[in-house]
Design a protein around this ligand. Structure first.
Ligand code: SAH
Ligand code: TYD
Length: 407
């Protein structure tokens, strides 16, 4: 039995994905023997609605100077963050963007802040993984390599003053010391400032059985209910939401200091939708567990049968998500020959846990396999459009979200 990280109510795991390594821990053979594993188990807090990992590795094991995730590898995401930045400037700042100050945490290689920098808006990126932060600094984006929390917020305010906007994408759900983060935002944000952040949405994960959103970094999967509860404890109000297609279904949350902005009807409607979806009920999560087990069984059977038929299967996209899939399902190099990925730092290494070689994209194109297992399914539109030649050559896609299927 553990305590909920948000409201301290007791939580128990409703399922475990078994021993799992660091999702972005791509490694070399000399590191196989000492590879770190932890039990990837999840629980749901019936009091505040927060879906969370039972245990999470220390942050320094995940975010460091050899971090393997570079945001800029997807053209679609680059465009997405340009739109996000423009939305903030146009709809929240109006024609007075120039005098504003924007803070983003988890700013990675500067994929979002580069748009503010270009527009001449004062900004600060907070990015503890030094190698990706260095890429941002190389693009002229002000970035400090620290972990954001309440103490750091006080230091920033003392040096730079308060911010007009606090932004974050795919990082709030990574941080277990969530109250310190919200306290930090409270210190940092001007009275009329806005908070805008987005993360994979629990509702989508449940509806699509996209269990691969569950891995070490994602200590939480948020819903409107859990976000309202957590921020409500610190005098913030959820004033709007903007559902996103990114990462297979995300939610952007807009928050403000209590009483400073009107609350959109969308918030009420989506809260009601969460009740309909049963996001407040333990049975929903037991059904989710059954769906995960079914997905695992079907994917394994398919890969074993293709192997028996002597077919070549190659993975597409060495995502963090794929670490949960390969370890939970038992996908080893005898079932998937290699994983093709465009990120230089991943190439020549092996996937965490099941040690499938990660190879450059050229190796995929050089000799198309008969089947490509789409680990980067969240980028399927971008990838399918780009890989028409693979299909023309008779290649087929294997997908597993929302269901195991050959396309
Ligand atoms: N925002 C980018 C990157 C998401 S990956 C995108 O959406 O593509 C998450 C990033 O958050 C990593 O680069 C990691 O180093 C960073 N991070 C983790 N904990 C953090 C913390 N406490 N404060 C700020 N950044 C953090
Ligand atoms: P992504 O799905 O964004 O991330 P996560 O790690 O959060 O699960 O990762 C996409 C990965 O897929 C990244 O390693 C880059 C790779 N990739 C390709 O190899 N080719 C492509 O065309 C795209 C879009 C991504």
């Amino acid at each position: 039995m553990k305590e909920c990280r948000i409201c301290s109510a007791p939580i128990r795991p409703f399922m475990s994905f078994g021993p799992t390594p660091i999702a972005n821990g791509f490694l070399t053979p000399d590191q196989f023997a000492g590879e770190y594993f932890f039990e990837l188990a999840v629980g749901f807090c019936e009091r505040c609605g927060m879906f969370q990992l039972i245990d999470q590795p220390d942050r320094e094991q995940m975010f460091h100077e050899h971090y393997h995730f570079f945001s800029g590898t997807s053209r679609f995401m680059t465009e997405h963050f340009r739109e996000f930045a423009e939305h903030v400037m146009d709809d929240f700042f109006g024609d007075r963007s120039a005098g504003r100050f924007v803070v983003e945490i988890g700013s990675n290689d500067g994929i979002m802040l580069q748009n503010f920098a270009k527009a001449g808006v004062r900004h600060l990126g907070i990015e503890p993984s030094k190698n990706v932060a260095e890429v941002a600094r190389g693009k002229g984006i002000n970035t400090i390599s620290e972990f954001f929390d309440a103490d750091l917020a006080r230091t920033i305010v003392a040096k730079e003053g308060q911010a007009d906007a606090f932004l974050a994408a795919n990082v709030m759900c990574h941080i277990p010391y969530f109250h310190s983060i919200i306290e930090g935002i409270k210190v940092l944000l001007k009275p009329d400032g806005i908070v805008a952040f987005e993360d994979p949405y629990l509702g989508d994960v449940i509806e699509k059985t996209s269990y691969d959103q569950i891995y070490d970094e994602h200590v939480f999967l948020f819903s409107l209910k859990s976000i309202s509860y957590a921020f409500g404890q610190h005098g913030f109000e959820l004033v709007d939401i903007e559902p996103q297609e990114t990462h297979g279904g995300s939610m952007r949350y807009i928050l403000a200091h209590q009483g400073r902005r009107p609350v959109s009807e969308r918030v009420k409607a989506q809260l009601a939708r969460e009740e309909e979806l049963g996001l407040n009920k333990p049975e929903t999560f037991l059904r989710f567990r059954d769906n995960c087990e079914k997905s695992r069984r079907e994917l394994k059977e398919l890969l074993v049968s293709l192997k028996e038929q002597g077919k070549r299967v190659v993975g597409y996209g060495a995502t963090s998500k794929s670490t949960t899939v390969t370890n939970y399902t038992g996908i080893t190099p005898d079932l998937v020959e290699f994983i093709s990925d465009t990120t230089p730092i991943k190439q020549g290494k092996f996937s965490p846990g099941t040690h499938i070689p990660v190879q450059p994209y050229d190796d995929f194109q050089k000799e198309y396999p008969e089947y490509a297992l789409l680990f980067a399914w969240n980028h399927s539109k971008e990838i399918m459009a780009k890989e028409q030649a693979f299909r023309d050559a008779g290649g087929k896609w294997i997908v597993y979200v929302p269901a195991v299927e050959v396309r």
